[in-house]
Design a protein around this ligand. Structure first.
Ligand code: CTP
Ligand code: CA
Length: 234
């Protein structure tokens, strides 16, 4: 399906990129959110468009749209899921920080500070429910097929169970996507920053490519360089 003039062209390829942190409402004025700025996903979309792809950016971020990119605004994980699953893409890059949980109930009216007249100083508890795992659903829906190429992102910190790469390798195998971009997070790393350090892991391949600290456009370029060989075999 590659019709481009050069090896790194994405002409004729429809790419879906998700970006930003989803916002899970509690009431009309409040939401549960996360620190994702959307910058990395926007850079991925921008580089793909520059290389000639048709790019749909499904975004819960309010960053300005990159040149030549169609932006579909979403807020919640459920909205993001609906929009992603509606598109028959060649490549899906899940750069969004999709909330794992959402409030079980959304109040139609603002939750007041004194919400229980019998106990005016009480604080409410928030019950959460799991959101669907969109990337896992894309992998499952693809089955034995190789299209769409599926790229996951993972923000990892090392912990007692292992370092960033150990967690990333386990996540790639668990998720079953083709490529996993593992970000090192914590201590002011990555979130909202213009530079990041990432490891590119390919499913079934032991070799890891590490990029950075580098601008997010450099990371995006490395991502597409790794994806293009997979797109060419579609
Ligand atoms: N993702 C998704 N749907 C979710 C959660 C995550 O599609 N409900 C995607 C993200 O967009 C990302 C990848 O899955 O591309 C990995 O997200 P991550 O939060 O690192 O993985 P989880 O399986 O949620 O594991 P963790 O417990 O570390 O949060
Ligand atoms: Ca998660």
């Amino acid at each position: 399906i590659m019709g481009g003039p050069s090896d790194d062209s994405l002409t004729g390829v429809h790419v879906v990129v998700t970006a930003g942190g989803t916002r899970e409402p509690l009431d009309p004025v409040r939401f549960l959110g996360n620190r994702s700025s959307g910058k990395q996903g926007y850079a991925v979309a921008e580089v793909a468009a520059r290389r000639g792809a048709k790019v749909t950016l499904i975004s819960s971020s309010t960053l300005p749209a990159p040149a030549g990119v169609e932006v579909v605004p979403v807020e919640t994980a459920l909205e993001l899921r609906e929009q992603v699953l509606a598109i028959d893409a060649d490549v899906v890059v899940m750069a969004a920080a999709v909330a794992d949980f959402r409030p079980a109930a959304v109040s139609d009216t603002k939750i007041k500070k004194t919400h229980d007249p019998a106990d005016p100083d009480a604080a409410p508890s928030v019950a959460l429910v799991r959101n669907p795992d969109i990337l896992a659903e894309l992998v499952q829906r693809r089955g034995e097929a190789t299209r769409p190429v599926l790229v996951g992102f993972a923000a990892e910190t090392g912990d007692a169970d292992g370092d960033v790469l150990t967690h990333a390798r386990a996540k790639l195998e668990r998720k079953g996507c083709d490529l996993l971009v593992a970000n090192e997070v914590g201590d002011g790393l990555t979130f909202g920053q213009d530079e990041s350090t990432v490891h590119l892991l390919r499913r079934g391949e032991a070799q890891v490519t590490t990029i950075g600290p580098a601008p997010k456009t450099v990371v995006a370029t490395a991502l597409w360089d790794a994806v293009i060989p997979l797109v060419k075999t579609l």
